[in-house]
Design a protein around this ligand. Structure first.
Ligand code: SF4
Length: 249
C-alpha cells in the first residue's frame, strides 16, 4: 500500500463500533502495554529535565527542544544548554538569543526554538515568574502557553501532564496513528485524538500511557508494515493485520 493510500485510509478512520474500547477497557490495555514494553525515562527529554530538578520552566525548555526532533538529539541539546547557558527562567532571561542558538544546534530548528524559549521566558516573567506555571488553573495555563508563538497543543499538553499531572493527553505522531488504528479517533484532529485517549486511559495514566504509545509505535505499530503478529495488544486491535499482505487499516 502506498503512503498516500494509507493516509487516505487512516483519515477516513474506523467504525466506532469496531473501536478497541468495544473489546477491552483502558485498564486492560494499559496493563498489557506496561508489562510488555520497556520505557526508559532517560529517553524522554521532559523527564530528563524534570528529574534533574531544574524547575518547571526547564521542563518546558526540554519539551520545546523536542519539537520535530528525536529525544536523543533534544536531550543532548538540553544538557548542552544547561552547561553553557543554564535552563532556569532567570538564566534564560539574562542570556542572549545567540547564546541559546549556539547551545541547542543539535536539536535542529535552533533559530526558531531559541526564540520560542526566550519568548516563553519573557511571557512567564510577565505573569510573575515560575510559580505561575505551578499555580495557574491548568486550562488557563494551556491557553496561555499556546498563545506563545512556537508553542502548540502538543508541547503544552506534554508540559501539563508531566509537571501538573493535568487532564490532557499529549498526542504525537505515534499516539495519533495508534488512536486512528484503534478506532478511537476518526481523523487527524489533535483535539479529538487527545480527548479520546484521555477518556480511554483515564487522567491518572495519561502521562505514562503517552510514553507507552510512543514505545508501542516505535517497536510494533510503525507507520508502514506494523508488526501486528508480534504486537502485545493485537487480540484487541481492530486494525490487526494477520499477514504482511493484509491491507493496513
Ligand atoms: S495490532 Fe498492529 S495496528 Fe494494532 S496496535 Fe498492534 S501493531 Fe498497531
Amino acid at each position: 500500500m502506498t503512503s498516500a493510500k494509507r493516509s487516505s485510509t487512516e483519515s477516513e478512520g474506523l467504525d466506532k463500533s469496531e473501536s478497541i474500547s468495544a473489546k477491552a477497557d483502558g485498564d486492560t490495555i494499559y496493563r498489557i502495554l506496561k508489562e510488555s514494553l520497556e520505557v526508559d525515562w532517560r529517553e524522554y527529554v521532559a523527564l530528563v529535565a524534570k528529574i534533574r530538578g531544574s524547575g518547571p520552566f526547564a521542563v518546558l525548555v526540554g519539551v520545546i527542544l523536542s519539537q520535530n526532533t528525536s529525544d536523543r538529539n533534544s536531550i543532548e541539546a538540553f544538557l548542552n544548554l544547561e552547561k553553557r547557558v543554564g535552563t532556569s527562567l532567570e538564566k534564560i532571561l539574562r542570556s542572549d538569543v545567540k547564546e541559546i542558538e549556539d547551545a541547542i544546534k543539535k536539536a535542529g530548528l535552533w533559530r526558531q526554538k531559541a526564540r520560542t524559549i526566550k519568548r516563553a521566558a519573557e511571557a512567564i516573567a510577565r505573569m510573575g515568574g515560575e510559580e505561575y506555571l505551578l499555580k495557574e488553573d491548568p486550562s488557563r495555563l494551556r491557553e496561555f502557553l499556546t498563545s506563545i508563538d512556537g508553542i502548540g497543543y502538543k508541547t503544552a499538553d506534554v508540559f501539563l501532564s508531566v509537571v501538573r499531572r493535568a487532564p490532557y493527553f499529549a498526542v504525537d505522531t505515534h499516539a495519533m496513528r495508534i488512536a486512528i488504528r484503534w478506532g478511537l479517533a476518526s481523523k487527524r484532529s489533535y483535539e479529538e485524538a487527545s480527548k479520546a485517549l484521555l477518556e480511554f486511559f483515564g487522567c491518572e495514566r495519561a502521562e505514562e500511557a503517552h510514553r507507552l504509545l510512543i514505545a508501542l509505535g516505535r517497536k510494533y505499530c510503525r507507520p508502514r508494515n506494523p508488526k501486528c503478529r508480534e504486537c502485545p495488544v493485537n487480540m484487541y486491535c481492530p486494525a490487526y493485520r494477520r499477514s504482511d499482505t493484509d491491507k493496513a487499516s
